[in-house]
Design a protein. Structure first.
Length: 332
């Protein structure tokens, strides 16, 4: 196999590259000129410059690729300019599809999000449950939905859309979906609404993508999730691990939305990171319980337990210099 991983320097990218290298796959890793490649160099991964904003260069870099793993879809950091976020996401996605065709790529594994999964009224949601139209309650959801639609409509490539739940585990250098864990490591009770959330170990996402690359025919859509449960209950399970004996009650729906919007407005003016992002609020308030049975059966995935995932996250956090409570050291 010849596999190209676009977005290889990111959280899921590093975990995917590590999984692919473990299978002996012929592999190249796309990186932007300014991206941090230390983790990939530690893994011994071959690097190629590739940037969605430079389509001609991207097409040249993809030459000789059979399967393209696209982990670099636009991720809106803030939700306060939905039109600009959507325009950028569509422009980059169309550029990627044109570059893949020009390079003779045959197969595309596009990593989306469970934000595109519609809740089902009577059962957990499966691969067939997709919002019929773009969600109107959040920029992140709308952007992910539109990108998934563009990719699925591409007739020149064999396409598989992978929808991982909130990813936890090692290599989250930017503190994305692990932001609540980082807050607890600092001794802070994270602000949060309540609702159904699903989570998955990033290493299991990498393993799933590696197994998809080896399949003779790609499935149209795959959900990846270890477990779905109320966010507040999940945080209460995790909090003692980081020395927090109690968590305050979750924010109400309107309170959470108002706080997230105020925080994003502050960050847009002053910089930094919001104490609570609109993306997280929308994911929690509109989350669906997931049935990942297809991936368990067809990809033979045995999802890691939460303690295993948190152990790996803690070890990674310590390597970055975080003071994870001593009570968590091995054997304590």
């Amino acid at each position: 196999m010849s596999v190209f991983v676009l977005g290889a320097t990111g959280f899921l990218g590093v975990n995917t590259v590590e999984a692919l290298l473990g299978t002996g796959t012929e592999l190249r890793c796309g990186r932007r000129r300014r991206s941090n490649v230390l983790a990939l160099r530690q893994l011994g991964a071959p690097l190629v410059e590739a940037d969605l904003d430079h389509p001609a260069q991207l097409a040249a870099s993809l030459s000789g690729t059979r399967t393209l793993v696209h982990l670099a879809g636009h991720y809106p950091k803030l939700s306060n300019d939905p039109a600009a976020s959507l325009a950028l996401a569509e422009r980059q996605t169309r550029a990627l599809l044109r570059a893949a065709q020009a390079a003779g790529v045959e197969r595309l594994i596009y990593v989306s999000s469970t934000a595109t999964v519609a809740p089902h009224p009577d059962r957990p949601s499966t691969e067939g449950d997709l919002f019929a139209a773009a969600p109107t309650f959040g920029t992140y959801h709308a952007v992910k939905w539109h990108m998934e639609q563009l990719v699925q409509a591409e007739a020149a490539l064999e396409v598989s859309v992978v929808c991982p739940a909130a990813c936890l585990g090692p290599w989250d250098l930017r503190g994305g979906t692990s932001v609540l864990l980082w807050a607890m490591i600092r001794g802070q009770a994270p602000l949060h609404p309540d609702g159904v959330v699903s989570w998955v170990d990033a290493r299991d996402v990498g393993a799933a993508i590696a197994r998809l690359c080896a399949m003779p025919a790609l499935p149209e859509r795959v959900l990846l999730s270890a477990q779905s449960e109320p966010l507040h209950a999940l945080l209460e399970r995790i909090a003692p691990r980081y020395g927090l004996s109690r968590l305050p009650p979750p924010l109400g729906r309107e309170e959470a939305v108002a706080l997230a919007e105020a925080e994003e407005a502050r960050v847009a003016a002053e910089g930094g990171r919001p104490a609570l992002s609109r993306e997280i609020v929308d994911l929690v308030l509109h989350g669906a319980e997931l049935d990942a049975g297809w991936s368990r059966y067809h990809l033979r995935l045995s999802y890691r337990a939460l303690d295993d995932t948190l152990d790996a996250f803690d070890a990674f956090a310590r390597r970055l210099g975080a003071r994870v409570p001593l009570s968590l050291e091995a054997g304590a």
